[in-house]
Design a protein around this ligand. Structure first.
Ligand code: C5P
Length: 294
């Protein structure tokens, strides 16, 4: 990622998945308290930064058209300005965001982009900032930004900012599917009703994908029901994922609408993704795997 000669530095911004998500309470400020197992998966956006006289953001990739450019509101630009402010410098960088992940899709794309921007700009601007200040910036950008900065499987609590190590997850293949609709996170939280759930962390590392699927089957995504009420097509996505050969468990991630299914191996996931594409040519479908710590 490093370059001392002024060439672009880049960082991957992987998809964030909530393998389960329990809504455990609601704070006085309206934010919801969660218990969630987070994992990261390909595909990913990419954030690159190069030296420049001022801050600019160029968008590329298949989902670039779903983002507004140049209005200063993208989380990447907010991250850059926030970081520069902490460091007491001008936010000067030419940033390119290659948008491979669908937008407003429950897989943390914007949050992962912001985290990647922080990573590349720390290097580009040669900053040494204490981690408490970085964490404060991350949470100010969004509840999912700290977990994306963390970048490895973990349990999240609080509103998503309190992170604890998760047991080692098995090598696990996935198919991600989004029916081409974006859902507003606040709308989905607002549509949630009923009692809150208890936290449901587990201690022992699941030995294989079947064991992980069993553990997850005893847990839920509490945002699935309100998201389905707002976007009934999510039911079709889950049904299609359940029906694929080798599918071990199908679930929605975050506030939707992206859903995922677990598979034993990448070969099965690739074959299943091909079948799904033949059935639903207009959906975004990506075979994938959980990223393991290197
Ligand atoms: O923090 P972020 O900007 O990503 O959150 C967007 C919105 O989602 C919040 O304004 C809030 O309505 C809702 N939210 C929530 N509880 C969380 C995370 C988000 O209610 N833990």
């Amino acid at each position: 990622m490093t370059d001392d000669r002024g060439r672009a530095i880049s960082s991957a911004a992987p998809a964030k998945l909530n393998l389960y998500l329990h809504v455990t309470g609601r704070r006085a400020d309206g934010y919801h308290e969660l218990d969630s197992l987070i994992a990261f998966a390909a595909p990913f956006d990419r954030v690159s930064a190069a030296p420049a006289k001022q801050l600019s953001l160029d968008l590329a990739g298949p989902f670039a058209q779903d983002l507004a450019a140049g209005d200063g509101q993208n989380l990447v630009e907010k991250a850059a300005r926030g970081l520069a402010e902490i460091a007491g410098i001008e936010p000067a960088a030419r940033i390119v965001l290659d948008k491979q992940l669908p937008v407003a899709a429950g897989i943390g794309g914007g949050s992962s982009d912001a985290a990647a921007a922080i990573r590349v700009l720390l290097v580009l601007w040669r900053l040494e900032i204490d981690s408490a200040a970085i964490q404060k910036l991350a949470i100010s950008l969004g509840a999912d930004v700290p977990m994306c900065l963390h970048g490895r499987a973990c349990f999240a609590s609080g509103i998503g900012e309190r992170l604890d190590a998760a047991p080692v997850l098995p090598d696990c293949a996935l198919v991600l599917a989004n029916p081409g609709i974006s859902l507003s996170t606040p709308d989905v939280f607002r549509a949630r009703g009923g009692a809150f759930s208890a936290p449901a962390r587990f201690v022992d590392a699941p030995v294989d994908v079947a064991a992980l699927a069993n553990l997850l089957a005893e847990r839920r995504n509490d945002l699935e029901a309100p998201a389905k009420a707002l976007a009934p097509v999510i039911k079709d996505v889950l049904q299609a994922l359940v029906g694929l050969p080798g599918s071990r468990l199908a679930r929605m991630s975050g506030s939707g609408a992206t859903c995922f299914a677990l598979f034993e191996n990448v070969g099965e996931a690739v074959a299943a993704a091909d079948i799904l594409r033949a059935q639903h040519g207009d959906w975004w479908i990506a075979p994938s795997r959980i990223i393991q710590p290197s």
